[in-house]
Design a protein around this ligand. Structure first.
Ligand SMILES: [Zn+2]
Length: 63
């Protein structure tokens, strides 16, 4: 699983994933800490499994 750092320098399209689902965390919608840039493959992987990846992705941001 990458974050933006993993694909920096490469001309790959990045997808900003909202770690907390918008529906359940509307107040976090514009918090930068709630967003992480992922490549297409990783974004596809977390889509539909947001809750499963939430803790993991937050850890990536802190690191
Ligand atoms: Zn990736």
């Amino acid at each position: 699983m990458c974050k933006s750092k993993g694909v920096k320098g490469r001309r790959k399209k990045l997808y900003v994933h909202h770690i907390r689902k918008w529906a359940s965390a509307s107040s976090l919608r514009y918090e930068t800490g709630n967003g992480i840039s992922l490549c297409y493959n990783c974004h596809k992987e977390v889509t539909g499994k947001e809750e499963h990846y939430e803790y993991y992705l937050l850890g990536l941001i802190d690191g």
